[in-house]
Design a protein around this ligand. Structure first.
Ligand code: PLP
Length: 442
């Protein structure tokens, strides 16, 4: 007989939770049962201020009426349509809407279901693009130390997080990495983009010399690295990467899964930094986190390179059952409507200096070794407890949760990225509570 009997309704054993200390969690679970605007409701009835937009995704806040309504309506109208050799209007409408807000060179949209899938899609497209143009030797992919590009094999190969890579074998062949740009000894407590580090981009020249540019398909970086602790790009760093890629015919992919949809005060980081990549990977804020969805934005040049063969043949042998799923499209269109109507894609700019001052007021509190920020994102780095890396920040996370704020930690870094609807008073609450937590931390 399949299934188990006598399972208590609150039995937590079956669900193997992702990126979670399962045994620790299940001894002392933290459960959300509701969410509205800036707050979560816990299973014990408390309100928790969302300092992380869920997982960097609920940029418009929670349970926003237009999105709720659009999803409910879509479920009745058209729940699913086959993604291959068939279409439905909202997939085309959404693609046009995305191109409208994207940086100018982005003209086409390929749908996925997550950031990880967007990354795999972009990496495959890059290799196939060169092959389509007769440069089939360009297969090498260049990532960066401390980069996070999701958890699939391509993403962990170009990614630079040791724990995400070390358990999973050899990964993709022909991958190399740029050095990361985290230089705390020179840049600690910088407000906005740091002064030092642009020359780290020049390492791409070394990599080109080592492998020969004719073997390199693409460079992928997060314009601002979120998941490894808010690493803001040094001034002129992205510009230099772009110039070296141009010089050697290498595609530049910006992984904007976090930075997309207003996080830095512009629709995309490419616009904020005024550096244009050849492809942008997105997910998260695309649907406000409500329905899983990702997208890869590409230039016409990339798209058109595939449009050469006989018209009756499939041009790109890639896609997902849920690519452009109608429910996800409805959620995304309503999300874009909400962003537009409430000016949320620019709100990060309006609030940036208030946010920056609040974040930097953490300087001088116990254990704080660095504060960095841009748009509506901040990283607060703590000195680790000797011999117990990550323990101090995790303790801060637990205490913050008890005090009614949701923060996120990575290593010994606290990352904050609230919904873009946050008020100044809520910014005060977030950092005021965090300051209390830091003062009492062992
Ligand atoms: N790329 C970046 C830059 C991310 O920050 C993330 C997730 O945090 C991903 C890719 C993976 O996205 P997902 O978890 O939706 O697969």
């Amino acid at each position: 007989m399949s299934g188990r009997t006598n399972v208590a309704p609150n039995d937590l054993s079956a669900f193997w939770m992702p990126f979670t200390a399962n045994r620790q969690f299940k001894k002392n679970p933290r459960m959300f049962v509701g969410a509205k605007d800036m707050h979560y409701t816990t299973s014990d009835g408390r309100q928790v201020l969302d300092g992380t937009a869920g997982l960097w995704c609920c940029n418009a806040g929670h349970a926003r009426p237009k999105i709720v309504e659009a999803v409910a309506k879509q479920a009745e109208e058209l729940d699913y349509a086959p993604a291959f050799q068939m279409g439905h209007p909202k997939a085309f409408e959404l693609a046009n809407r995305l191109v409208d807000i994207a940086p100018d060179p982005m003209k086409h949209v390929f749908y996925t279901n997550s950031g990880s899938e967007s990354v795999e899609t972009a990496l495959k497209m890059a290799i196939a693009y060169h092959r389509a143009r007769g440069e089939g030797t360009r297969t090498r992919l260049i990532g960066r130390e401390r980069g996070y590009h999701g958890v699939n094999f391509g993403g962990i190969s170009v990614g630079g997080i040791v724990k995400n890579r070390m358990h999973f074998g050899q990964m993709l062949a022909g991958v190399d990495h740029l050095p990361h740009t985290h230089l705390p000894e020179q840049n600690a407590f910088t407000k906005g983009q740091p002064e030092h580090g642009a020359t780290l981009a020049d390492d791409l020249e070394r990599i080109c010399a080592l492998h020969d540019p004719s073997t390199i398909a693409a460079v992928i970086v997060e314009p601002l690295a979120g998941s490894t602790g808010v690493l803001v790009p040094p001034k002129q760093y992205l510009e230099r990467l772009r110039a070296i890629c141009d010089k050697h015919g290498i595609l530049l992919i910006f992984d904007e899964v976090i930075t997309g949809f207003g996080r830095l005060g512009a629709p995309f980081a490419a616009q904020k930094f005024n550096v244009m990549p050849d492809m942008i990977t997105t997910a998260k804020g695309l649907t406000n986190g409500v329905i899983p969805m990702g997208a890869v934005l590409t230039t016409a040049e990339i798209h058109d390179a595939f449009m050469d063969g006989p018209e009756n043949l499939i041009e790109l042998f890639h896609g997902y059952t849920y690519s452009g799923n109608p429910m996800a499209c409805a959620a995304a269109i309503a999300t874009l409507d909400t962003y537009r109507d409430e000016g949320l894609l620019e709100r990060g700019t309006e609030l940036a200096s208030y946010w920056e001052d609040a974040a930097h007021s953490m300087r001088g509190l116990p254990h704080v070794t660095d504060v960095r920020n841009l748009g509506l994102i901040a990283g607060i780095e703590l000195a680790p407890i000797e011999g117990q890396p990550t323990a101090r920040a995790f303790e801060a996370f637990l205490r913050a949760y008890d005090k009614g704020i949701l923060i996120r930690t990575t290593g010994d870094i606290i990352a904050l990225s609230p919904p873009l609807v946050i008020s100044k008073a809520e910014i005060d609450t977030l950092f005021g509570t965090l300051a209390d937590v830091l003062r009492q931390l062992p």
